[in-house]
Design a protein around this ligand. Sequence first.
Ligand SMILES: Cc1ncc(COP(=O)(O)O)c(C=O)c1O
Length: 975
Amino acid sequence: MRMSEPFDFFQAGELPAPVVSVPDAVAIARDHFGLAVTATALGSQQDANFLLRGATGEPVGVLKVANPAFGRVEIEAQDAAATFLADAGLRAARNITPIAEVPDGSGGTLFARIIDFLDGGTMSGDGYVPPHRWAALGSLVGRAGTALAGFDHPGLQRTLQWDLRHADRTIELLAHYVAEPSRRHLVQTATAAAWRTVAGLAADLPMQAIHGDITDDNVVCGRGLGGADQSPDGIIDFGDLTHSWAIGELAVTVSAVLRHEGGEPAAALPLIAAFHQVRPLRDSEIAALWPLVVLRAATLVVSGNQQAAVDADNEYASGALEFEWRIFERAVSVPSDVMTALIADAVRRPAAAHTPELAPILAGVVADDVVLLDFSALSDLVDAGAWLDTGCEQDAAARALAAGAPAAVTRYGAPRLTRSVALHHDSPATVPTGIDVWLADATSVTAPLDGVVESAAEGEVILAGPDGVVVVVRGPSVRPAELTGHAVAAGAPLATAGPGRVWLQIRTGDSDLSVPAFVRPEYAPGWLALSADPAPLLGLAPRSGADEDADDLVRRREGALAGVQEQYYRRPPRIERGWREYLCSVDGRSYLDMVNNVAAIGHGHPDLADAVARQWRRLNTNSRFNYRAIADFSQRLAATLPDPLDTVFLVNSGSEAVDLALRLAMATTGRHDVVAVAEAYHGWTYATDAISTSVADNPNALTTRPPWVHTVTSPNSYRGEHRGAAAGRYADEAVDIIETLVAEGHSPAAFICEPFYGNAGGIALPDGYLPAVYRAVRAAGGLAIADEVQVGYGRLGRWFWGFQGQQVVPDIVTVAKSMGNGQPLGAVITTRAIADAYRTQGYFFSSAGGSPVSCVVGLTVLDVIEREGLQHNALVVGDHLRARLADIATRHPLIGAVHSCGLYMGVELVRDPVTLEPAVAETSAICERMRELGIIVQPTGDRMNVLKMKPPMCLSVTAADFFADTLERVLSTGW
Ligand SMILES: Cc1ncc(COP(=O)(O)O)c(C=O)c1O
């Protein structure tokens, strides 16, 4: 029997979806709408939906057969709302037929109509969604909310279980469907707490028409390049349309974030901030939002269990149960008070900080004598390498006390490098919500304010003051007086403490939450809002303002630096520390650095730091003075090369080295033409830029080469014209070009090439390539230049120099990057005769090239490579990683090839194993997601579809495995 009253969930009871088969759907389309179609069932909890396709398979629309519990006016309202949104400029699924009344087979009728099929994928599933797509969803919901505020219809007056205004009743009614008692209990407790907050705010929550279900399932995304889903821009399924709290719309969408890989509560912040940009949140809405998310999650859990119970055949409902539980668990994983403060911070409306008046509590400790211990990424207290070790906190404090300080104290709210964790996917809990105090002597502890002693057990005193202020004093040396339950006045003795470490925390606000000692940076603004700086307990001023964050720094950098001097990432972390193969941000997050070939011996190497400091104190000057380091280093460098390469020029960079190599070749041969390889990068100076043909570095490279530059095809055996065994032809073609140049009177001065093709993505040259081309260029009277700036110096594992892999000896070798481990240092090594020819070009002098400090750097780097066996490590770890990646490639066809030699690697990503269509957008998105999971890796190659991996040569097997595991996780769960 059809109800004429508006739907009321509390009257209607169970709501199994109407039983409509695929043949029924085809028949309805034919009989009621005159359409000859095929139908495919689409999942729905309450209705029956079918995608209809025409004769050629083209989508015709979606047949929706509404649940008989809903009246005609409600369905009309849904169609009207879709049209209203479409008229307001949003992509919304409008009805394309009127509503038809269809017999239900048992004497009743069902309402059926066909609505627009919106092209594009949804965001459904549990895969990872990047922050910018969540933000796009937030904007879409904001736009829909803004538009629907002007919509009204009699069919909005209904009572739905999804309307969060009724969440407490719905959950109470359905909780018994959650069979497992512990889960049921969690749902009920969380509901009670959330409802208390929401009920208190209800009167201040604006009402309007809401879609009620703009989730990942109910939005569609336009298609981008290669068919990849773009950001959501369309809205479907208006079945939960109603008149309710406007903020409920956002709460529903936020809950959808929590079902996805990586969808922890903080992942919803970009969505919320983007919504707020379009439709500003009121204070009452900020306060209600997270409790509403909890209520939505609880509603999903109880309703899902109910639906699965009453409609056992509905796979859509039963399949969703675990997702729904995940949403709930995540919604309650961070206390609502913390989330509310975090949301307020994200929309830049933080509540005013509550700073209680507190008297100093450590009798006899004079504030001026207290030493402040800074354990941040910018602190010099933490030694290179020690920062991954909390033990160094103790050592630094002991040093301060040994120097006579009565106490040493840490900083509140400042992320601690010492709490960082290497090889970790989540950011670790580095932000202290209290302070540590190391006391030199036993000290009496007094009450900082009037209050009641909540607890005074061995090792701890907790004092509760007015306005919800709670002071915690904790530590093994804390011996409290027996005061539990007693009221005490400010200044009254509470305990003795010291010598040794004492932890102080001040909680504020009304919540009786215990605040963890360290919290993760993403949640820090939320937790810190529930605490205050305990520094005044020592008579010190509270910490004022936070350190400059990564975003502020980017803005300042962009204001001062040239725009073309770019940076990695959309929102780069602020990196201020490095150690071995790790980098660390000011948040105390450790990243595995897979990109820094320059830091060949690793970051923060103490031998290098010490050697440089020593030399700086002694002397740094230019190479026209007579000092030992320049002779030592030049000899050492030349000794790494075969005869007759025995003469060194020292410069400051790869560009300078290559530029000089070209000039040497021109001077020696008296010619000007140079043969270079396509897709190459050799530097940014006028001459090195001229021979650089990589379009990734310069989009105009191929059309703007000067006439003296002649390119040969990039000898790419994976995707070039000649592949596999046929790759030998590249050498023949290069030889032809050289011979043609000779015939045309343009005999080349030189042929220049990376001996292992780094800039093309780490691709080995075809066997015999350099021998053939070197022979040809020499036969033409030109010279062979090997650009070893990227690949030389041991990284390839099998050889120290790349050219050794091709069994050739060049006439000129250029090197930089690794040889200085980041210090500006480059070199050209050649024969005495070629070096002498430079005189015809005039004068050679480079002010800082070959300076004492640079030479000491060069010597130390060579020492470390030898002493630590880094070339061998590059071979062993490189081969291990290559095998891991090759195995992953068998499961993930996106990996087209793993190019590698030692620790120079390129994982080439393709959309199609046959056409090798470069997966460009995917590569960039994967790099972003890898960063979120703690790994720095970047795209390279002319098509920017190769993950370039050239980590410090000290990379450990554990770190290599972390990389491989993380890449597989990303390939499996999305980017
Ligand atoms: C092969 C090659 N040559 C030369 C250079 C230029 O070196 P630099 O950046 O030190 O000037 C680079 C830099 O990436 C390079 O990869």
